[in-house]
Design a protein around this ligand. Structure first.
Ligand code: ZN
Length: 349
């Protein structure tokens, strides 16, 4: 096992603050770097203290109105699900996969050679706390079956991701709860950086990065949240997004080889993440789970899921993806990761 260095530096900003009668104010800025991928994240305690002005409150009445307006024409609702696209019969008999309340079908605008959408619930609208373990579990099982079929059908298909956009600030065009699964012959940019970095780390240190990370995070306990089965949950030291919680699987990184217990535990963990977000007042979220087909040789990669929050939905919400992210490829830490881990722990017990 190798030690991991958590790099950071502090800078001081001095201003005469008009909100405090132009009093002299010193703000401390903390810059952190991700130990594996080296991206930076910025933290200013003044922003965490005034967080409400950054994220705003979710307009629940507006969401309920939008849900009522769109329910009658939603193709993801059970009454119209048979009108969604289908796979060719020779690929998937019956054209769609069904598990519990979840139906999986092809995305009509594919972003990968294999791109499916799966509904999560019969209900047209759920707040984040309404994503129960059972609903998530059934959607995960659909993704698991789909990835296994793709891997069996096409020996070149290797890279799989499971993703979610929930509500319009997170990129969803349909309000109805749904996840998406992509399988491709090449890894997309972030997954490629992650795979390459894991491979390099294994070569240099002789151990897998995420095993070393978990050993250190469990020992210090500052950002470690909980374990359920083979999944370990923690707040990222240098997050790439607001309120980033990561679930790391200790197995071989191939989603199609997860056991039923692994799926149960992943669903339980994900439901706990969403209850944490709900408790903190966030409605919109994304997640991505990265996986790849079992390779011939050990590559040091572990499957992991990154969950994050987005701006709250309201008529005049502001994007959280501006020059800092798009131009400078850095990220603002809204909740200090150590505080986030503490806030999340009760939702796993
Ligand atoms: Zn619907």
């Amino acid at each position: 096992m190798a030690e991991i260095t958590f790099e950071r530096r502090y800078d001081t900003v001095e201003i005469l603050n008009p909100l405090k009668g132009f009093a002299h104010e010193r703000q401390q800025l903390e810059i952190r770097w991700d130990p594996l991928l080296h991206h930076s994240s910025l933290y200013n305690s003044g922003i965490e203290a005034g967080i409400k002005s950054f994220i705003g409150e979710a307009d629940r009445a507006m969401l309920e109105r939008l849900a009522a307006e769109s329910a009658g024409r939603c193709f993801f609702c059970p009454e119209r699900i048979e009108s969604t696209s289908r796979f060719p019969e020779e690929f998937i008999a019956g054209g769609r996969l069904k598990t519990g309340e979840s139906t999986l079908f092809p995305n009509i605008f594919a972003l990968a050679p294999y791109h499916a959408v799966m509904t999560v619930s019969h209900a047209h609208w759920l707040p984040p706390g309404g994503f129960t373990t059972r609903l998530i579990r059934d959607a995960l099982e659909n993704a698991w079956k789909y990835i296994a079929i793709v891997f069996e059908t096409n020996a070149e298909a290797t890279y799989a991701s499971l993703n979610a956009n929930y509500l319009f600030p997170a990129g969803a065009s349909v309000l109805h709860p749904h996840f998406q699964v992509l399988v491709s012959h090449v890894p997309y940019s972030y997954q490629e950086r992650l795979l390459d970095a894991c491979k390099c780390y294994l070569k240099e240190k002789g151990s897998a990065y995420h095993e070393d990370l978990l050993a250190i995070e469990r020992r210090t306990g500052e950002r470690y949240i909980a374990q359920n089965g083979n999944w370990h949950w923690l707040a990222s030291y240098a997050p790439l997004a607001a309120n980033e919680i990561v679930g790391i699987h200790t197995g071989n990184g191939d989603f199609s080889r997860l056991t039923k217990d692994d799926l149960d535990n992943l669903a339980q963990g994900l439901a706990s993440v969403l209850r944490t977000y709900s408790h903190l007042g966030y409605y919109a979220f994304n997640f991505s789970l990265y996986s790849r087909r079992t390779p011939a040789n050990r590559d040091g990669f572990h499957s992991l899921i990154r969950c994050l929050t987005r701006q709250n939905p309201s008529p005049n919400y502001r994007t959280d993806d501006y020059f800092l992210q798009k131009g400078l490829e850095s990220e603002l830490i809204l909740t200090r990761p150590e505080n986030l881990a503490q806030a999340a722990q009760p939702f796993w017990s």
